[in-house]
Design a protein around this ligand. Structure first.
Ligand SMILES: [Cu+2]
Length: 448
């Protein structure tokens, strides 16, 4: 699809041989001027009988995505077909130090590894069921497949019994961020973790498609009562473990980028019931795609928060032009709390001294909590029930960070040793950190 003259003018872009490219500097200038960045939609919607093309090669045809805390599903090429193998099985998974559960995932992981391919690829995906006594299927969420490959148990196919291996095969006719998940007894199997991301790159990417860093994040929610060995699939509303790629902060890996780089976040949401408004600090981004395809330039609204509804994906892009440590998190305040932050009686503002004395006669060591909010509890070295995590808290450069759950950190640096090495906390230039006001400052500005 070509870019109209109007788009090119709006984007402040220079058309070279039909392609529209912006340097990082030009893109920042365009953002500063409040103009949309030029964009060439890459959703091509090939016909059903599209012929498979040469298998796309990582490094040559696309730059692989990064799945923080996750992995890519390996493949081999057999007679021009990309062959993958997913193994559904029980997995002992750690959400954060102190909280483990018996989950269901793929290939020893929760969630399953990210499948990555290129539009036009023929893919053959074997699925082996090693679950204990449960049948399963896989649905390729958002992906155009023949009806019989769509994976809804009973509707499109017979279910995969334990020890059986099924073959799925189709040609990818679109590009974007998609997902895969069990579509048999979803309530149980998805609650236990049976899901993953499926990224399809365009066959002929436009210059604007290329980014320096491409992160894929799957959002989900769990009900794991303190001490329980398994997530509870019967829970409908009260989820107490909220995760990015199945990890709760502080176990979420930071997203490490160099200043000036173009960055894409691909969010998918396969939670049971909750939508997640994902908010990035220090930057704004453009929402550029959903699992329905690329957005036209006119629809790319600048945002600092993108709502990722249940069963959807959203791609956002931005220039990381602001060095520092920047929170990236769901803005539902209970979604950035860990397990023990939920289900407390409301004691805010209460004087508990008399109550504590009385209760201690019955329960030695009893202490009412939460009178001053939950933040103080992050610092307490309190015993928590076995196999559970404190509600929040990780050691930060200043004090305890009172966050948990669906929270991670974007680290933007001028210099980086490696993308794989955490650069540590940001060193703020002198005079750029909020701090206690001096008496002179207060006097100067007339603040009592
Ligand atoms: Cu949320």
């Amino acid at each position: 699809m070509s870019v109209s003259r109007r788009d090119a003018i709006l984007g402040g872009a220079v058309a070279v041989g039909g392609a529209v490219a912006l340097t990082a500097k030009e893109a920042i200038a365009a953002q500063d001027a409040g103009k949309p960045r030029a964009w060439e939609p890459t959703y091509s919607g090939q016909p059903l009988d599209a012929k498979p093309e040469r298998p796309g090669e990582p490094g040559k045809d696309y730059k692989p995505v990064v799945t923080p805390n996750g992995a890519a599903l390996p493949f081999k090429v057999v007679n021009g077909v990309k062959v993958f193998h997913l193994i559904a099985e029980e997995v002992d998974h750690e959400f954060a130090p102190g909280l483990k559960a018996k989950c269901w995932g793929y290939n020893g992981r929760v969630h399953g590894p990210t499948i990555e391919a290129v539009e036009g690829d023929r893919v053959r995906i074997y699925v082996t069921n090693k679950l204990p006594a449960a049948r399963t299927t896989i649905h390729w969420h958002g992906i155009f497949t023949p009806s019989g490959m769509d994976g809804v148990g009973g509707l499109n196919q017979a279910t995969i019994k334990p020890k059986e291996t099924f073959r799925y095969e189709f040609t990818l006719r679109q590009n974007g961020t998609f997902m895969y998940h069990s579509h048999h007894d979803e309530m149980t199997q998805m609650a236990l973790g049976m899901m993953g991301l499926f990224v399809i790159h365009p066959r002929k990417p436009s210059a604007d498609y290329r980014v320096d860093r491409d992160f894929a994040m799957l959002l989900s929610e769990w009900s794991i009562r303190a001490g329980a060995a398994r997530p509870d699939p019967n829970e409908m509303t009260d989820f107490n473990v909220l995760t990015i790629n199945a990890k709760a902060f502080p176990s979420t890996s930071p997203l490490i980028v160099k200043r000036g780089e173009r960055v894409r976040f691909r969010f998918g949401n396969l939670s049971a019931t909750d939508h997640h408004p994902m908010h990035l600090h220090g930057h704004h981004f453009k929402v550029v795609a959903t699992d329905g395809g690329q957005m036209h330039i006119a629809g790319q609204i600048p945002e600092a928060t993108v709502l990722v509804p249940v069963g959807s994906t959203r791609d956002v892009e931005f220039i990381a032009d602001n060095p520092g440590d920047w929170a990236l998190h769901c803005h539902m305040t209970h979604h950035i709390m860990n397990q023990m932050g939920h289900g407390f009686p409301n004691t805010t503002g209460m004087d508990a001294s008399g109550v504590d004395e009385n209760v201690r006669k019955l329960v030695p060591g009893y202490m009412t909590m939460g009178q001053h909010g939950m933040a103080d509890m992050a610092d307490m070295k309190m015993d928590v029930p076995q196999n559970s995590i404190p509600m929040l808290g990780a050691k930060g450069p200043f004090e305890t960070i009172t966050m948990g759950g669906m929270f991670t950190i974007l680290k933007v640096r001028d210099k980086l040793e490696s993308y794989d090495k955490d650069p540590g906390w940001y060193k703020n230039p002198p005079g750029t950190v909020a701090s206690l006001a001096t008496a002179e400052e207060l006097k100067r500005d007339g603040i009592p």
